[in-house]
Ligand binder design. Structure first.
Ligand code: XMP
Length: 522
């Protein structure tokens, strides 16, 4: 079993600002090959110092080869490591090697071009379609390739019929490859095939990036980092903190203490599940901080969503601090930071994408050293690691749940009565979804209590609450569509909620996409 990351082969994606870079990095990982995104200014020396780099991808970005951003260390082309240039990454690469690249007007947005691929029986396009339409940027015109390079694809722009003579190129002796179009790994099987040909064929990766291997590396590294010191973890019951908890428990046993804050805004059964599964079954040492009254008292009379978020976020920190202060000699604080969080805070190239939500997070000035064992992993890898350690599906595939919990699903002022109604309705929704086998089909689903009351009839006139059902499909929560739950299941949900939950006489289904709405109602 490997014990160091240096025994794992790596492909480096140089970040020239292309929004597809995360997809490319993730697509490589899906081939069981480790990949990391680095600023485009990473030098040949730095790449060599990594010791285990078997391939480099120079992925384009919103610039032309004439702008400063191309300033990268061209010596990386001399390292003898295979390079794939994508989009303007290809232009930058061949420009450096002596191609004739001239301005062709500024056309940042790629346009559809019909390309014919000259060899799909071997090499980088093996198994890909011989002809297809691709998004191709044409702000720079390649009129002559460098010596040793040959044309692998050519064609024309669809709308104008203009020539696109150098759609792709290669210099197999030097293992340098370029495609001038945008590769959309998640959407397009042909692009995925090209990436696979590069990674497994050209770079000859041995595919040693597995979660079984990572587990043994992580255990080894955590032991070295922590020794016999004590570690503290804020456990939420979500997949990330649960995986961190189980990993640390395996590695360090009772050196780990977890704090679970019950803020009174959890779903039905959530606290018990955490204590039963993680506490009893996995043996985590968990301090259960029952702080419901503290949170609900602070929320009394508050109806502004952002103010509620702030109160809940701050109170979480106070409760956590209070509990942590009761523990002695804790040196480390563990956190479930993921690779996507690391990338979102930006390499020096990419625009800094603002962290979306940070409610429920801890302040940076806590007096601990940080332990972040998921820092190298994407979310799907965290799930794999969880499965590798035997975590049950209900934790590994747990749907996202916001830090402020039901506090932002009871609209307006949060009262105990409303929380109770919502919690019951949400539990019924979850049960019916599970009975119909749809838990894994829907990305996120929950009930909301808008606070409106309407007239109904059950053994006479009623004047009771409405429950809203929100169920969406999404990749990352940034955009979403409402889930196409079958009418029969919606009917079952509505019947079960109105029959089983007191003071609810109406159920509505939210059919709005994000944008224009958000997933949560507050
Ligand atoms: P929105 O409502 O912004 O939600 O479309 C996108 C995703 O983020 C979750 N969400 C939150 N998560 N603290 C969190 O930890 C929050 O304040 C928060 N607000 C929304 C939401 O559940 C969805 O998955």
């Amino acid at each position: 079993m490997p014990q160091e990351m240096t025994s794992i082969e790596k492909i480096i994606v140089l970040d020239f600002g292309n929004p597809y870079n995360q997809e490319i990095t993730r697509g490589i990982r899906e081939l069981n090959v480790f990949s990391e995104l680095h600023p485009h200014t990473m030098t040949a020396e730095e790449i060599q110092a990594e010791g285990n780099v078997i391939g480099i991808i120079m992925s384009g970005g919103p610039f032309t080869v004439y702008e400063d951003i191309q300033e990268y260390d061209s010596k990386i082309l001399e390292l003898g490591i295979p390079v794939l240039g994508i989009g303007r990454g290809m232009q930058v690469m061949i420009n450096e090697l002596g191609a004739t690249v001239t301005p062709a007007g500024y056309q940042y947005e790629p346009t559809d071009s019909q390309l014919t691929f000259h060899n799909v029986s071997e090499g980088i396009f093996k198994g890909a379609p011989a002809s297809r339409t691709v998004p191709l940027g044409f702000d720079a015109k390649v009129s002559k390739l460098p010596d040793g390079f040959s044309v692998l694809a050519s064609g024309e722009e669809v709308s104008s019929g203009d020539d696109r003579p150098f759609g792709a190129t290669e210099n197999p002796e030097r293992s340098l490859y370029g495609v001038q179009f945008v590769m959309e790994i998640e959407k397009n099987d042909a692009d995925r095939q090209i990436l696979e040909n590069f990674v497994l064929g050209v770079c000859d990766a041995s595919q040693n990036w597995t979660m079984k291997n990572y587990l043994s590396i992580a255990v080894h590294q955590l032991k070295a980092q922590i020794g016999d010191q004590k570690v503290l973890l804020g456990l939420s019951g979500g997949v990330d903190s649960s995986v961190v908890g189980v990993l640390l428990q395996r590695t360090l046993g009772d050196q780990l203490t977890c704090i679970f804050v019950d803020n009174g805004l959890l779903r039905k059964g959530e606290g018990e599940d955490v204590m039963n599964i993680l506490g009893e079954e996995f043996g985590l040492n968990i301090v259960y901080a029952d702080a419901a009254d503290r949170f609900l008292d602070k929320l009394a009379g508050i109806d502004d969503p952002e103010e509620k978020r702030k109160i809940i976020g701050n109170e979480f920190i106070y409760v956590f601090d209070d509990e942590a202060a009761k523990l002695e000699h804790v040196k480390f604080l563990a956190q479930g930071t993921l690779y996507s969080d690391v990338m979102e805070s930006g390499t020096s190239t990419s625009e800094v994408v603002k962290s979306h939500h940070n409610v429920g997070g801890l302040p940076e000035d806590l007096d601990f050293e940080l332990v972040e064992p998921l820092r190298l992993l994407f979310k799907d890898e965290v799930r794999q690691l969880g499965l590798e350690m035997g975590l049950p599906d209900e934790i590994v595939w747990r749907q996202p749940f916001p830090g402020p919990g039901l506090g932002i699903r009871v609209l307006g002022e949060v009262t105990r009565e409303k929380l109770h109604i919502l919690r019951e309705a949400d539990a019924v929704l979850r049960r019916v979804v599970a009975e119909n086998g749809l838990q894994r089909e829907i990305w996120q689903y929950f009930a909301v209590l808008p606070g409106i009351r309407s007239v109904g009839t059950t053994d006479g006139r009623t004047y009771d609450y409405t429950i809203g059902i929100r169920a969406v499909n999404s990749v990352d929560g940034m955009t979403s569509e409402f889930a196409r739950i079958p009418y029969e299941v919606l009917n079952e949900i509505s019947q079960a909620i109105t029959e089983e939950v007191a003071h609810v006489n109406r159920v509505v289904y939210d059919i709005t996409a994000k944008p224009p709405s958000t997933i949560e109602w507050e």
